[in-house]
Ligand binder design. Structure first.
Ligand code: UGA
Length: 434
């Protein structure tokens, strides 16, 4: 069967390359001509470990091609994975216009039976609208099915998440769609859960919102730890020993970011409210997250008092390690607050500096991008950590101390052990522990 993947963002690129790796014939398509022309030559526009190699090897094998001819790609496909963006609108709901546009394009090219699979994160009931749109616009009486197969990959480990998933959720309403999707994922039969479409759509939003809530919960607990002698890492460890809770996703810090959690928790809150359900639990988790940056900037002020004209080394810009993605990264708001207070910043990130430069270009004496943490630390009055890159945990702190004007670290991700840094003579502030 011929597979088309529409949209070549994070999800689309990994889906296209991953399905090709499973041995299927895949055409990836996008309306962004430049992106397609680059990726056709194996030049991947995002930093994602292992993705370049996966795309390159499948391009070479001939399992994967990229095309800008959307009509032809749809016409020749039996299965169409829809991976276009569903960005957030001002009211918190998801903007579904790209999904609608793709549905109309599919309708125009419905020359034989096709299975349309939603892979992007979409609100529950989206399949109803896709079906309605295709039915309204199709020019033939050819049949089609819509199914939901939400993607659970995490940026930074997207390739291994796709090739070795914990679970595959398939939401279908016909046996034909069920057979096709179960066939595609045959090698993961034991990890496959088949549901109806509304359920599959909701599993994705409910999972992301639950994980976001878990992070806000431990961040709330970290606030209590800071006012007592409790240590949030040990609290999390102790909680996590209960298998009903589990120890993962209990790292306190400056809050969750990225293109998914902040958007999905708001979108689910919005959907629930539209359906007449009280969603204050999720709204509160989102509010707690929004507070994290203010709490962190207060910590920096606690260390430096007046920020005006203070030189601050900022380590970590990406919303999490192993990615160059800065979408909704807490670093954006931390930088904005520090600049508003008149601080002078020296920023450093192993992958995300170019993306941050689009938002905050270099400014003499006010904002500089540095090639290494040691360079960033030069004459700094304090160093702040915003992303827990491995490279930062391995820093030669003696060298950092020598470079800094004042040996002060404000660590938003608990990268260092308090005892170790204090022993080296640093004044050290972190999250939920002393
Ligand atoms: C998230 C989900 O984990 C994926 O399962 C899902 O497929 C994806 O969204 C999506 O909807 O596409 P991702 O946004 O790549 O993946 O990143 P995560 O690793 O989940 O981290 C999200 C944020 O939470 C990051 O800012 C991270 O720093 C923060 N976080 C995570 C914490 O603050 N504490 C933790 O314990 C874990």
């Amino acid at each position: 069967m011929n597979i088309a993947v529409i949209g070549t963002g994070y999800v689309g690129l990994v889906t296209a390359a991953g399905l090709a790796e499973f041995g299927h014939k895949v055409v990836g398509t996008d309306k962004d001509f430049e992106k397609i022309s680059k990726v056709s030559q194996g030049i991947v526009p995002i930093y994602e470990p292992g993705l370049d190699e996966l795309i390159m090897s499948n391009l070479k094998k001939g399992n994967l091609v990229f095309s800008t001819d959307l009509d032809k790609t749809i016409a020749e496909a039996d299965i169409i994975f829809v991976c276009v963006g569903t960005p957030q609108r001002d009211d918190g709901s998801a903007d579904m216009s790209q999904i609608e546009e793709v549905s109309r394009q599919i309708a125009r090219n419905l020359n034989r039976y096709k299975l349309v699979v939603e892979k992007s994160t979409v609100p529950v009931k989206t399949s109803f609208w896709i079906k309605r749109t295709i039915s309204l616009h199709k020019k033939t009486d050819q049949e089609f099915d819509v199914a939901s197969n939400p993607e659970f990959l995490r940026e930074g480990s997207a390739v291994s998440d796709f090739l070795n998933p914990d679970r595959i959720i398939v939401g279908v309403e016909t046996q034909r769609a069920r057979d096709i999707l179960c066939g595609i994922y045959a090698k993961f039969r034991e990890r496959l859960l088949v549901t109806n479409i509304d359920t599959a759509e909701l599993i994705k939003h409910a999972s992301n919102s639950f994980l976001a809530m878990k992070i806000s919960y431990i961040n709330l607990i970290s606030n209590i730890c800071e006012k007592t002698d409790a240590n949030v890492e040990q609290v999390a460890e102790g909680m996590g020993l209960d298998p009903r809770i589990g120890g993962r996703f209990l790292k306190a810090g400056i809050g969750y970011g990225g293109s998914c959690f902040p958007k999905d928790i708001k979108a689910l809150a919005r959907i629930g409210e539209e359906l007449g359900v009280d969603m204050s639990l999720l709204k509160e988790a989102d509010r707690i997250n929004a507070e994290r940056v203010r709490i962190f900037v207060d910590k920096i002020k606690q260390a430096l008092w007046i920020l005006k004209d203070k030189q601050i080394a900022v380590l970590g810009l990406a919303f999490k390690p192993e990615t160059d993605d800065i979408r909704e990264a807490p670093s954006i708001r931390v930088i904005r607050s520090l600049l508003q207070e008149g601080a002078r910043l020296r920023l450093c990130d192993p992958q995300a500096s170019d993306n941050m430069k689009q938002l905050y270009p270099e400014e003499p004496d006010r904002l500089r991008y540095c090639a290494s943490p040691y360079d960033a630390a030069e004459k700094a009055n304090a160093m702040v950590i915003l992303t827990e890159w491995d490279d930062f945990a391995k820093l030669d702190l003696k060298r950092i101390k020598e470079a800094m004007a004042n040996p002060i670290i404000v660590d938003g991700r608990n990268v260092f052990s308090p005892e170790a840094v204090k022993k080296l003579g640093f004044e050290y502030y972190s999250i939920g522990r002393k």
